[in-house]
Design a protein around this ligand. Sequence first.
Ligand code: AHG
Length: 336
Amino acid sequence: MSIDRKILTLDEFTIQQLRAFPQATGELSSLLRDLGLAAKRVNVEVNKAGLVDILGDAGTTNVQGEDVKKLDVFANNQFMKVLQHGISCAGIASEELDDIVVFDDEISKNAKYVVMFDPLDGSGNIDVNISIGTIFGVYRRVSERGTLCSKEDFLQQGRNQVAAGYIVYGSSTMMVYATKRGVNGFTLDPSIGEFCLSHPDIKCPDFGNIYSVNHGNFFRYEKGVQDYITACQKKNKTNGGPYTQRYIGSMVADVHRSLIKGGIFMYPGTTDKPKGKLRLMYECNPFAYLVEMAGGKATNGKIPILDVQPTELHQREPLFIGSKGMMEELETYHKL
Ligand code: AHG
């Protein structure tokens, strides 16, 4: 019997996916639902961010006598705790924390996955009401189940991710995640408090009309990058005119736009910071996996991001990501 209803919630969707694979254990589905729950909690606080002045600043006590935590610390704790209390995650690494956190209870020791996340990317934008986001990547652990997870479980190439995604807290809040079965986007319906499938089977258009880069750094970029940016401002190969430039300074929103509308996002190395700013494990890898699964490309200017062998948790990497055709155009200026 088929149920004739158009809207699927995140929970229903993950369970439906599971039904198609009777041999699956359901651990990944459960983990994705846990992440959705943490995202909903963070969303509530992000929506109240403008009230911080009347509720109290971070690190103080608010009018209800509660301790006010910085939003990124709050988000970090929500994602960490929900994964710790779930059944699927053996440990986490977070952009907010110096080292990995190993979950040492019996269920977690037997869990299949580890998760790396940036709990609140673009948090510098909170004060001015600009979209921010959470980014996550899920890896199958390489250490034996039943033991404590270890750093080698985390220092894996991005290509080993089994799922990756992001939540954008914006004009509406969306969760988008990829597995090898494709990329799907869910919009939070605040009236029922559920993420609902709104963007099934997302494909990144091969070309778009927008390039996204911090122009302030132009004279610090390598010549190949400068040449490409200059070409974007002239008669480009795609549409015969200049591309439009958009840069919010909040990667989740900038890459989300490129994924849906087509486009290219760049955070190149600069003369003073050759590795750029973005973190390989928490920012570049999850987006690279997701965009590749949607048919786009992601490189560090030399090799695919997903092939970079990490050596440390917090390492930075230049990032070029987006529509396949635009990435190929970039590569004619900035040789791989
Ligand atoms: P943060 O979380 O410290 O605000 O950093 C945000 C990241 C990323 O989301 C964004 O694309 C980039 O930093 C912006 O950096 P620039 O201001 O250097 O362009």
